[in-house]
Each structure stands twice: as C-alpha cells, then as structure tokens.
Design a binder for this molecule. Structure first.
Ligand code: IMP
Ligand code: MG
Length: 188
C-alpha cells in the first residue's frame, strides 16, 4: 500500500485496519470456512448493505460450489446508536431447505440484527444449519446473546466506518476500517 493511501480520509480519526490487514485476515477466515463446508451444500446469505464489500472479498477466496443470497435489513436508521428495532426491508427469505447457511454481516454490535435474522431463518427457512461470520465484533455486553462462528477482528465499543460500514449512508466505500471523528459522530 502506498504512503499516500495510508493517510486517513478526513472523516477518520484513526485507522484500525487498512486494506492489507483486511485482506490477510480474509485469507485466514476463508481457509477456515472452506475447510468446514467442504462437501456440504452451502448457501451464503449476505446482509445488505453493510456486508457487501466483506462478502464480495471473502467469497472470492472460498473455492466451493456455494450459492449466494442477499437479505436487506436495517437496524441503525442513520445514527451511531442502535435504535433497537430490526426491520426486514424484504419479506421473502431464500430457499435453503436441505442446505447449510452461512450468514455474513459487517459487524456484531448489540446482537439484535443477527439474532433477529437467525431466529427468523431458523423458524421459517429451516436450513440444515446456521453459522454466522462477521468482519468486526465489538467486545461489549450484547442486548441479545449471540455467538458468531467466525469474526475477522475484535474492536472496542467505538463507532467505525469504511469497508461496508456507514455513517448516515456514507463511507461504505473506504478501503479501510477506521474510527469516525467524534465531531462528525455528534452531527447526527
Ligand atoms: P446490532 O444489531 O446492534 O448488532 O448492529 C448491527 C448493525 O448495526 C450492523 O450491521 C451495522 O449496520 C450497524 N452498526 C453497528 N455498529 C456500527 C459501527 O460502529 N459503525 C457502523 N455501523 C454499525
Ligand atoms: Mg449500517
């Protein structure tokens, strides 16, 4: 990575993981996931919008005959604190009967989103199994107890943006993950 591209963008106070660190971690996660699902019918469910870069980069490292589905959910509604309600922005669930399901999300924060998605899929879609992979996991008490099976990085309870994570819809396209400047954080 060039020296120039390591300069944080104006919105970022501190870079936590640059593109190189993310790529290296995804290599290891993908190897672990590939070993586990080898020989099993696998459907990957990417939660949109946040997991899009994570899912795209992770899946290209998994050389298995998997199927990809997406589910649009929202929980933050623009601020930096979870408001509690998880909204399914689409009603239809993927057909995963007879298949193992791996859910991908950008970050595990309160646990509400993944808990709600997991419960609904278990009850209504009934896959053979459900596992969860997140790029980031905040080390804090969860509102909903939920263990993920694969976590890229553990971080503190800070609001981060980049690589899929947004603040009011912005910064998802940054190639790195960083802590959002506090001044910006207070605007919304
Ligand atoms: P949870 O339901 O509280 O676990 O939050 C999950 C969702 O909240 C994620 O999929 C993100 O969209 C959003 N979120 C939680 N923490 C952050 C953060 O630090 N930055 C950006 N989005 C976040
Ligand atoms: Mg979000």
């Amino acid at each position: 990575m060039s020296a120039l591209s390591q300069t944080p963008p104006g919105c970022i106070e501190r870079i936590l993981f640059d593109a190189q660190a993310i790529a290296a971690r995804l290599d290891a996660m993908a190897a672990e996931i590939t070993a586990f699902y080898e020989g099993k019918p696998l459907t990957v469910l990417a939660l949109l919008n946040g997991s899009l870069p994570f899912a795209a980069d992770l899946l290209r490292r998994i050389p298995l005959p998997l199927q990809l589905e997406c589910l649009r959910v929202a929980s933050y509604h623009g601020g930096t604190e979870s408001c509690g309600a998880v909204t399914f922005l689409q009603n239809e669930l993927p057909d995963v009967a007879g298949r193992h399901l791996l859910i991908l999300d950008d970050i595990l924060d309160t646990g509400r989103t993944l808990h709600a998605v997991r419960q609904r899929l278990l009850a209504e879609a009934r896959p053979l199994s459900i596992r969860v992979a997140v790029l980031l996991r905040k080390t804090k008490p969860r509102v909903e107890s939920l263990e993920v099976d694969y976590a890229g990085f553990d971080i503190g309870d800070e609001f981060v943006v980049g690589y899929g994570l947004d603040y009011q819809g912005h910064y998802r396209n940054l190639p790195m993950v960083g802590v959002l400047k506090t001044a910006l954080n207070r605007v919304g």
